[in-house]
Ligand binder design. Structure first.
Ligand SMILES: [Fe+2]
Ligand SMILES: [Fe+2]
Length: 471
């Protein structure tokens, strides 16, 4: 097992001090990271003590340490999961060969692009969420927001480490550029669409952490299969943190739905009771789910085929779930446009890899919805996932209009009915008005969200998760 060096400038389990050049390069990047955090990290609360977990090892049994820390003093470290002895490439043209510890020359550009694209999402989400502290529904939720934020910061470190270590000068430049792009800035936007959308209210935050962080989970699962072993090990450890982000989203939504259901059972209109009505929740769900579906890319994709063939990006849990690791023979039947009509067609399996990954994602989202709908039992209402054709901006459905059930409609009809399906200006204004003030009393919760069943790390619900304004 590799030893953990916690007391160095950059905590790590990669024996950083043995490579002075690399260590120096990362120590040079560190102040730029901190400057970025101060400028683009959470607004306010930076000087307050927050009850946060910090990764201190990669031991499944006890990898995290909980304590109060000020966010700029958070110990962002570099942690890779333990290597799997004798690991071999699990899919693609090089199936069965030993995994690569260095970047193969012919895959260098593709790998760098994959790492940069993943890395770019990490700081982007911190930027998107930076104003949420001002409207938090409780100290418990505020702490969860900051936990997600600091861990996205650590994920950025993980990707910056790979760039610095394996991609020489280009890697260093890319690592700097990760700190220079800005979510939503038209001149230097983040790479992917969903990561340029503002997250200005907590309904969006919980939808984002449910649906968009879950895209992250599936991208990480696919990259954890990579034949480039350092990337695989990095992603495997990131997945342990990612699980908490989805917990924050999914349990946050459950608690919102719980409040709504209480109102409905009591025969009250949720909005009149300071809660969120289901129609609004459904519209936010439609919005964030469809943006997150876009992140998987085109249904038919030569890039996806190339990533798979090259052994760079696989299918989640390749070894346990699939028999044919070459995927040269099978096909995937999907509806594609032909002469303006959608018709079922067999697509070569490798070219359908984005859709294979999206299928796994959709199935997982469906389970989350099932848990939310349990809260609604007895009210006669439920939430549904819209069709994957609805409101798409990437892939073959982009440029066409569909209703949430997946029927193709005209642009005029879509424009006319848009506000029934997606958040309208009035909905956004209502959500903002509901969340106008932060709730900062320990154990108190905003009217639109139920308290959680238990606190964090065995602490009570009314624990001071954020020592707000205490010196
Ligand atoms: Fe992340
Ligand atoms: Fe995340």
């Amino acid at each position: 097992m590799s030893s953990v060096q916690l007391h160095e400038k950059i905590p790590n389990n990669v024996d950083l001090s043995s490579d002075q050049r690399l260590q120096r390069a990362l120590e040079e990047w560190q102040p730029h990271f901190l400057a970025w955090w101060r400028e683009m990290g959470p607004e306010r609360f930076q000087e307050d003590a927050i009850y946060l977990r910090t990764a201190v090892s990669v031991d499944a049994g006890g990898w995290a340490h909980f304590d109060y820390v000020r966010m700029p003093e958070y110990r962002w470290g570099i942690f890779l999961a333990e290597p799997v002895p004798e690991r071999r490439i699990g899919f693609g043209n090089d199936f069965g060969k030993p995994v690569w510890q260095e970047v193969p020359g012919e895959h260098r550009n593709t790998l760098r692009r994959l790492i940069v694209t993943q890395g770019d999402t990490e700081p982007a989400s911190v930027e998107q969420q930076r104003r949420l502290g001002a409207t938090c529904p409780s100290l418990y939720d505020l702490r969860n927001l900051f936990q997600v934020n600091v861990e996205e910061g650590r994920h950025l470190w993980a990707m910056a480490y790979l760039l610095h270590t394996y991609f020489g000068r280009d890697g260093r430049e890319e690592a700097r550029a990760l700190l220079e792009r800005r979510s939503g800035n038209p001149d230097k936007p983040r790479i992917l669409g969903a990561f340029n959308q503002p997250i200005d209210d907590w309904l969006s935050f919980f939808m984002f952490t449910t649906f968009t962080d879950r895209d992250g989970k599936y991208q990480l699962l696919a990259l954890a299969e990579s034949g480039f072993d350092p990337l695989s090990r990095t992603c495997r450890f990131m997945l342990t943190e990612e699980a908490h982000h989805m917990f924050v989203g999914e349990s946050g939504m459950s608690r919102i739905v719980e409040r709504t259901a209480e109102c409905l059972r009591a025969g009250k209109e949720p909005r009149s009771a300071g809660a969120l009505d289901l129609a609004t929740i459904q519209k936010y769900l439609n919005f964030w789910y469809s943006l997150s579906l876009d992140l998987f890319g085109s249904e038919v994709s030569t890039n996806a085929a190339q990533f798979f063939g090259a052994g760079l990006k696989g299918r989640p849990r390749e070894e346990e779930r699939y028999q044919d690791h070459l995927a040269l023979e099978g096909s995937y039947e999907m509806d594609v446009y032909e002469g303006g009509q959608l018709v079922p067609k067999p697509i070569a399996l490798r070219s359908a890899m984005n859709e294979v990954l999206r299928d796994a994602y959709v199935e997982d989202c469906q389970k989350a919805l099932g848990r939310w709908n349990k809260r609604l039992e007895g009210t006669g209402a439920e939430l549904v996932l819209p069709s994957r054709r609805f409101h798409r901006e990437q892939g073959m459905f982009a440029g066409h209009c569909f209703d949430p059930a997946g029927h193709e409609i005209t642009e005029e009809e879509f424009a006319r009915r848009r506000d029934e399906w997606l958040p309208s200006d009035a909905d956004r204004a209502y959500v903002r008005s509901l969340m106008a003030h932060p709730v900062l009393e320990p154990g108190h919760f905003a009217s639109w969200i139920a308290p959680p069943p238990r606190g964090i790390n065995g602490q009570p619900i009314d624990f001071r998760y954020v020592r707000y304004n205490e010196q």
